[in-house]
Design a protein around this ligand. Structure first.
Ligand SMILES: Cc1cc2nc3c(=O)[nH]c(=O)nc-3n(C[C@H](O)[C@H](O)[C@H](O)COP(=O)(O)OP(=O)(O)OC[C@H]3O[C@@H](n4cnc5c(N)ncnc54)[C@H](O)[C@@H]3O)c2cc1C
Length: 265
């Protein structure tokens, strides 16, 4: 079997890969990229960009409600979820072709398939054969972690969330990171009842506690709840909810008393 050789092979074609591949190709290196999925990676196809389009819908609802009584009647305004999802796809569907054309016009060889190392300087790509390189860039991104809990067969991930035909009436978000918060706030504006759980003392622990406190309070106003009595009453949420508490963020104003934990269950 003949093996093609490159200066650089980039594994994965997300944003990290595209930047590196284009820069190295522009500097005169022979470069190939490979992805097992359509080009674009998480940000362009399954993350930041389509999420921002969903978020725009939620922002419009929110802005109208905040103007209630100030000249705007927001009562008839609503998110049409299937239409909003279809709108995100008008953007994401075009991205793989655009990205591939951009790479090719810059002299990058574009390959498709799952890559795996079969030697120190050789990868095998399903359907394409073996390729050697002097350098490899592993830009294969991250995958959602599976959780070994009863009922995990009911879980979905952010990629599937953004493709749902209809939003469930009630949604439990597991993990209080920024993606949960963004999606939780979007879902609440779209009319779902949202409950969010996090194993830590407070969600968004990498973010400023005072801002998180305001966000959590705002979430409760608009229907993004920490685990509470309502969630406990739903049988397959029970174990997860009761194992979890949120403390209020450890933010103290000058002269304020000690921070009290807020029990969720
Ligand atoms: C829902 C969501 C919202 C987000 N929102 C934001 C945001 O607003 N702002 C922000 O900065 N970040 C955001 N992020 C994070 C951001 O999307 C990622 O940090 C970024 O996309 C990572 O880029 P990457 O190029 O490293 O990897 P990825 O874009 O994940 O690309 C990796 C690619 O490698 C491919 N691959 C993996 N293994 C193989 C293999 N063996 N062979 C061939 N190909 C393989 C995969 O198919 C994938 O296409 C969000 C993420 C998610 C999930």
């Amino acid at each position: 079997m003949s093996t093609r050789n490159f200066d650089l092979i980039v594994l994965g074609v997300g944003m990290a890969a595209v930047n590196a591949a284009n820069k190295c190709a522009s500097a005169g290196w022979s470069v190939a990229v490979v992805d097992e999925l359509p080009y674009g990676g998480t940000c362009a196809l399954r993350g930041c960009d389509p999420k921002k389009m969903l978020r725009r819908g939620a922002e419009i609802i929110d802005a109208a409600r905040l103007m209630h009584g100030k000249g705007i009647e927001p009562n008839d305004i609503a998110i049409n979820w299937p239409d909003l999802v279809a709108f995100t796809q008008t953007f994401t569907d075009k991205m793989p072709g655009r990205i591939e054309n951009g790479l090719e016009s810059n002299g990058v060889t574009t390959l498709h398939g799952k890559a795996r190392f079969v030697g120190e300087d050789t990868v095998e790509i399903d359907g394409e054969g073996q390729f050697q390189a002097n350098h490899f860039l592993i830009a294969t991104g991250a995958k959602p972690r599976t959780i070994d809990v009863p009922g995990s067969e009911h879980l979905t991930d952010s990629t599937e969330f953004m493709r749902l035909d209809a939003l469930p009436e009630r949604i439990l978000f597991i993990g209080g990171g920024f993606i949960s918060f963004e999606f939780g706030h979007i879902a609440a504006r779209a009319g779902s009842e949202v409950c969010m759980i996090d194993r830590g003392e407070r969600p968004l622990k990498g973010f400023d506690a005072d801002l998180v406190e305001r966000l959590v309070a705002r979430g409760e106003e608009v229907g993004v709840h920490p685990p509470n009595a309502r969630a406990r009453s739903t049988s397959h949420f029970t174990n997860a909810s009761c194992a979890t508490r949120w403390k209020r963020p450890a933010f103290r104003r000058k002269g304020a008393g000690p921070v009290k934990s807020k029990r969720a269950c």
